[in-house]
Design a protein around this ligand. Structure first.
Ligand code: HSE
Length: 402
């Protein structure tokens, strides 16, 4: 028997207890021993819950119990999860987490601490929920030079964009619907402004690069400026709009960003709908590989956490090295990044002015937006685009083209 403790008995934490109980035999077969939850740390009580008697309110009980070998951290946020994770690792207990905020902030430090204490800090569920993308990068794609990752990494915004695309709903209405369904938080900023996707692409980039890609250095734009009119144009262009996390390793220069992109109907990520996530990885030998699944939700996320628990249980007393050092990566310049842009302009009389600024481009007019037009630029840097677009008097907005 191997004992574990769960920190935070919310959606994912209670899902971990459920997966360990429902799949007890499968987990035992793969881990080599039965895994039993001994403690659940939470501020609340859970009367009537099957794990009611395991609830404790003081982390020291877990920290000081030598029987507990694995700690599941599903609290979310940096504090006190950081303090508890450090203390668990210092006590030689492996930590498995779904907490992308903590991993993006303190990942390399906690990985190093695990190595020093012959245990593990694993975080499969921090990116892509139930999709085994981190294990694939760390264990399966080890013969590859991964030169690009493009991901739909946030389920809430993908649900919203899918609805806007399929039903022509406005941003405000779809946000309310996502909140009513429990996908988006009352304060939806982390999802809709791209911060959640930013932390996830920072984690993936760091693992691929082996050094720390600081999430604060990643240019991040969310979906809050995307309108139903944008989708009307996208439809006319046989495209859709997706929030993408992008990582590129171009001859040793690392670039990452999060932004809405217009993608063509034949793009592999075009068909990823609703709350699903997908990660498209390109390797120099492999070419493309895509990982698809539920990026959020109680049991899919808990399944990924328990996968880590099994790995820790099967390797007690042994550190499994991870390729993520504390050394910071200087990202390639965002301003110099070359890109094509879809641009909307108010006033049909501005077309010749725009063509003079941007060069020849096909003018796109759609009957649903009679007082404006749009065009797609050739490749130009972000800086050049920002300068030129500032000179357009009727500029409405732009979306990057992938
Ligand atoms: N809010 C996140 C999402 C949850 O919508 O994808 C999973 O990290």
């Amino acid at each position: 028997m191997i004992y574990a403790a769960i920190l935070g008995y919310g959606t994912v934490g209670s899902g971990v207890a459920e997966v360990l109980s429902s799949n007890r035999d499968i987990v035992a077969r793969n881990a080599g021993e039965v895994i039993e939850v001994k403690y659940i740390l939470d501020l609340r009580e859970f009367p009537g819950d099957p794990n009611e008697s395991k609830v404790v309110h003081d982390f020291a009980i877990i920290e000081n119990d030598p029987e507990v070998k694995i700690v599941v951290e599903t609290m979310g946020g940096v504090n006190p999860a950081y303090d508890f994770s450090k203390r668990a690792l210092l006590a030689g207990k492996s930590v498995c987490t779904s907490n992308k905020e903590l991993v993006a902030n303190k990942g390399p430090e906690l990985i190093a601490l695990a190595a020093e204490n012959n245990c593990n800090y694993l975080f499969e569920a921090s990116v892509g929920g139930g999709i085994p993308i981190i294990r694939s990068i760390n264990h399966a794609l080890t013969a590859e030079k991964i030169d690009s990752i493009t991901g739909i990494l946030n389920g809430t915004t993908n649900y919203m964009l899918t609805k806007m695309d399929a039903e022509g709903v406005d941003y405000a209405d779809v946000l309310k619907e996502a909140q009513d369904k429990g996908y988006a938080e009352r304060n939806p900023e982390a999802d809709v402004e791209g911060y959640d996707a930013c932390r996830k692409i920072a984690i993936l980039s760091s693992l691929v690069y082996g050094k720390t890609v600081n999430y604060e250095d990643i240019h991040t734009e969310g979906i809050s400026k995307i309108s139903s009119e944008d989708f009307k144009y996208a439809k006319a262009l046989n495209r859709s709009i997706k929030l993408l996390g992008v990582f590129k390793d171009e001859n040793g220069e690392c670039f990452a960003m999060v932004s809405p992109f217009m993608i063509k109907a034949d793009h592999p990520l075009y068909a990823v709908r609703d709350v699903f996530n997908a990660v498209l990885v390109h390797g120099n030998m492999l070419d493309d590989a895509m990982f698809y699944g539920r990026g959020a939700g109680k049991l899919p996320t808990a399944s990924a956490v328990v996968g880590d628990v099994v790995e820790c249980a099967a390797n007690l007393g042994k550190n499994l090295p991870l390729n993520w050092k504390d050394e910071k990566v200087t990202l390639a310049s965002f301003d110099d990044r070359k890109q094509r842009f879809f641009v909307r302009v108010a006033g049909k009389d501005k077309a010749s002015e725009c063509l003079a600024l941007f060069g020849e481009a096909e003018i796109i007019s759609i009957p649903e937006c009679p007082d404006e037009f749009a065009f797609i630029t050739g490749e130009l840097t972000e800086k050049e685009f920002a300068e030129k677009s500032a000179a357009i008097s009727g500029f409405i907005g732009r979306i990057r083209i992938a």
